[in-house]
Design a protein around this ligand. Structure first.
Ligand code: RFL
Ligand code: PHB
Length: 389
């Protein structure tokens, strides 16, 4: 098979990129290791920045998002005693959209056939070849046969564990990483949210987050140590802990219910540079990871593919290779700012096992400063809604 762009991975980065390229008439094939149902079964991001909302709208795929998503004007930081509201609408003139990654992915998947976007699911042993040459290609196994796709460009949208980043020789790349000494235990339940906006809480016992997917479906997280297992946290224990950490106001309005999903994710910050090697271009989690505290992962994947689609469109439609050459630097400039914000909010809101009483006082003093300073709130708000492209 021959195509102009072969994409590895049909998560949000791969599907969004595929649609943006198809909208320009560029031929695209996506190969995905998992089944479509498996991809939709992963419970992940919940908050979309304006830039991500705009991308869905530009593709003409935003109708369900606008009908079912919840626009939020603000969110809260809690310090164990009070809620500090960050009024993002007043401070930035923008809002964020609560609409699950699962729903974004479902909308992108549903529109693929009618737009000529080919997605090959359950492709095993995907391998990238000759990425530094002008004739790169992919191989994979499907239904017992070996397949080959020749392309002008390969795009690695295959997440943190995929093969694309590893196809760049170590001598040509550098990576930067911070692994945090804790994870998030998440619970999804069909109960009304305890508050109409998100609450990020820093409690003596550790971080907690109250989020949602809709007016009748809640998503909560608590910070746990890396040794802990989901089995250590029966539903009642988790609800009790959330009630303590989120504080009395949230606890008074919290409805408990059985877990539809419960899982632990480790937290890390990671960047691999550059995001291009020859004819291989990386986007999304394949090139970088942020801890989920800033709600930036999916949104960074979206901004990467915005730049990448522009670069590949310039190449194919105007024979201009300059934007492909500039892609990595352009994307990384935004990535590093989102890394900084996510790292800073993670440091501010979590209990670190090696933190001492001084560190704790610094967190509380910073939260107190944020509560009293419009400038500090504005800085948080402009990062949370997403820096301009
Ligand atoms: P994905 O979604 O991991 O998709 C990669 C796809 O590649 C496939 N793949 C392969 N395909 C072929 N061959 C192989 N060998 C392959 N190996 C892997 C995988 O099956 C998959 O389908 O990466 P992508 O597209 O870059 O998207 C990134 C986002 O998924 C991620 O950044 C966010 O989910 C992060 N994140 C959040 N981001 C936000 O913007 N806002 C949030 O509120 C938010 N909350 C979260 C999050 C991530 C979380 N977890 C589970 C890590 C909350 C959590 C709990
Ligand atoms: C979520 O709803 O899953 C969510 C929301 C905000 C975050 C992280 C996760 O910062």
């Amino acid at each position: 098979m021959k195509t102009q762009v072969a994409i590895v991975g049909a998560g949000p980065a791969g599907l969004l990129l595929g649609h943006l390229l198809r909208a320009e008439g560029i031929d695209v094939v996506i190969v995905e290791r998992a089944s479509a149902d498996y991809v939709l079964g992963r419970i992940r991001a919940g908050v979309l920045e304006r830039t991500t909302i705009d991308l869905m709208d530009r593709l003409g795929l935003g109708a369900r998002m606008h009908a079912e998503g919840l626009l939020h004007d603000g969110f809260h930081l809690a310090d164990g005693e009070r809620l500090i509201r960050i009024d993002i609408a007043a401070l930035t003139g923008r809002q964020v959209m609560v609409y699950g990654q699962t729903e974004v992915t479902r909308d992108l998947m549903a529109a693929a056939p009618e737009r000529g976007l080919t997605v090959i699911y359950e492709a095993a042993d995907v391998a990238l070849h000759d990425v530094a040459s002008d004739r790169p290609y992919l191989t994979f196994e499907k239904d017992g046969a070996l397949h080959r796709i020749d392309a002008d460009f390969l795009c690695g949208c295959d997440g943190f564990h995929g093969p694309s980043r590893r196809a760049i020789p170590a001598s040509a790349s550098a990576s930067f990483e911070k692994i945090y000494p804790f994870g998030w235990l998440g619970i999804l339940a069909d109960v009304a949210p305890c508050h109409h906006e998100l609450i990020y809480a820093n409690h003596d016992r550790g971080f907690a987050l109250a989020s949602m997917r809709s007016e009748s479906r809640s998503r909560y997280y608590v910070q746990v140590s890396l040794e802990e297992k989901v089995e250590d946290w029966p539903d009642e224990r988790l609800w009790d802990e959330l009630a303590v950490r989120l504080g009395p106001e949230a606890a008074a309005h919290m409805t408990r219910g059985p877990a539809l999903e419960k899982s632990i994710v480790p937290l890390r910050s990671f960047v691999s540079e550059p995001m291009r090697h020859g004819r291989l271009l990386l986007a999304g989690d394949s090139a970088h990871i942020v801890p989920p505290t800033g709600a930036k992962g999916l949104n960074l994947a979206a901004s990467d593919v915005h730049y990448l689609a522009e670069a590949l469109s310039a190449y194919f439609l105007r024979h201009d290779a300059g934007k492909v050459a500039a892609y990595s630097d352009l994307a990384l400039a935004r990535v590093w700012k989102a890394e900084r914000f996510s790292w800073q909010l993670t440091r501010l809101m979590h209990r670190f096992p090696d933190g001492d009483a001084f560190d704790r006082r610094m967190q509380l003093a910073e939260l107190d400063y944020i509560a009293s300073s419009r400038a500090a709130q504005a800085s948080i708000a402009e990062n949370y809604v997403g820096l301009p492209l």
